[in-house]
Write a protein that binds this ligand. Structure first.
Ligand SMILES: [Zn+2]
Length: 391
């Protein structure tokens, strides 16, 4: 999104007000105690917002729509928390969670400017230009956010249609690798680009400089922006990889089998044993953390959203130690991170691909089809939901 300099100031103020309202309302809700009785719900908080706007001119100067929506978003966040699909609502921080949401008729004021650009009429701010990434159809709300690198984004919320199964694509097994992020049972291997070594070095240097900079200084702010830009680049590349990989898998295969996420097994795989210690342990642990943090979980989530009912989560045990040719299980068969040579039959393969083939052949333990689906309101923004906890 491309706000003018004046609009950017107004947008940041609107984000600040939304954040203030959210945090204040969250604080009220967190004060719940058995002996104090109920905390105010949405209606009570909305009434209090009206009073607060009458008493505080700086709050009244902003858009009521934006501020009230922050209360509605918080209310929805709590309901989703109690339904067990989402985590507990958290505090919003300046520079980190900058965003506003517009819902209803006001969200529909969008005009097309030319082949690439459109503009949106943001309450109290005016027409703000943005670049379309696709045709705009059927949205009921939008969210405007500013990321840590200072870039503005608008997301018009639409539930996308799931990707249809190819029909004759068969089953694919997907293994989380240690040296590569993902190995397929077809033999393909892929990893997100992430930061290049020189970029990673620069990030480290900047982080050291940030540690030395005085709090609240101009220098510190500048360094933080540079760090934000590098981290945004890393995140962009990872997200791009996740989107492309998940779409590709959903288009090519009918059933996608993945491993259940098991953090313990992953860190163990890098460390190795006393007789056969792993190499570059710290480096791999770092890589594992990266994959765990932003790559693998998101990949599985996006797969489940793009191919609902076609993703199966299998058992994770012994997939890396089992020979795909003769099914013999032995830890010694895994000669190194990269190679697998069966001690029983001599079958030789890439270790990650061998594991992916075992996952493809494995029995599905839980399919996503039995997951509880929350009723969808047309006004609701698509959310990344966690499956509810099973007691
Ligand atoms: Zn074998």
């Amino acid at each position: 999104m491309y706000p003018s300099a004046a609009q950017e100031v107004l947008l940041l103020v609107a984000c600040g007000q939304a954040r203030f309202v959210w945090n204040l309302a969250l604080e009220q809700r967190l004060m719940w105690a058995r002996w104090k009785g109920p905390t105010p719900g949405f209606n009570a908080q909305a009434a209090q917002l009206t009073e607060a706007r009458a008493a505080e001119p700086w709050l009244a100067a902003g858009s009521q729509t934006v501020q009230q929506q922050a209360l509605r978003d918080l209310d929805q966040a709590w309901r989703q928390f109690f339904a067990g699909t989402h985590r507990r609502p958290t505090w919003r921080r300046a520079g980190q969670h900058e965003g506003i949401r517009i819902v209803g008729p006001q969200a529909l004021r969008v005009r097309q400017d030319n082949r690439a650009r459109s503009s949106v009429l943001v309450p109290k701010i005016g027409w703000v230009s943005f670049k379309r990434s696709r045709a705009l159809v059927g949205w009921k709300s939008y969210r405007i956010t500013c990321d840590r690198a200072g870039r503005w984004h608008i997301a018009l919320a639409v539930f996308p249609e799931p990707i249809p199964a190819p029909g004759a694509g068969g089953v694919v097994g997907v293994d989380r690798g240690v040296t590569v992020a993902v190995a397929l049972s077809t033999g393909e291997m892929t990893s997100p680009a992430g930061l290049r070594p020189r970029e990673a070095e620069r990030l480290l240097r900047l982080q050291r400089r940030l540690a030395r900079a005085r709090r609240g200084s101009n220098r510190r702010r500048k360094v933080r922006t540079l760090i934000g830009q590098l981290k945004a680049r890393d995140g962009d590349r990872r997200k791009d990889w996740v989107e492309k990989t998940s779409t590709d898998l959903a288009r090519r295969f009918d059933v996608i089998r993945v491993e259940n996420l098991n953090v313990k097994a992953m860190t163990r795989s890098a460390r190795g044993t006393i007789e056969n210690p792993g190499r570059n342990v710290a480096q791999k642990a770092g890589l594992n953390r990266g994959i765990l943090k932003s790559g693998w979980g998101l990949l599985v989530t996006r797969l489940e959203q793009k191919a609902p009912g076609r993703v199966e989560k299998g058992k994770a045990a012994y997939t890396s130690q089992t020979c795909n040719a003769c099914k013999h299980i032995a830890a010694e068969s895994r000669k190194s991170q990269a190679t697998f040579v069966c001690v029983a039959c001599g079958h030789r393969a890439n270790a990650d691909v061998n594991a992916a083939m075992n996952i493809a052949a494995g029995q599905a333990v839980t399919a996503r089809g039995d997951r509880r689906v929350l009723a969808r309101s047309v006004k609701r923004e698509p959310q990344h939901a966690r499956p509810p906890k099973v007691a």
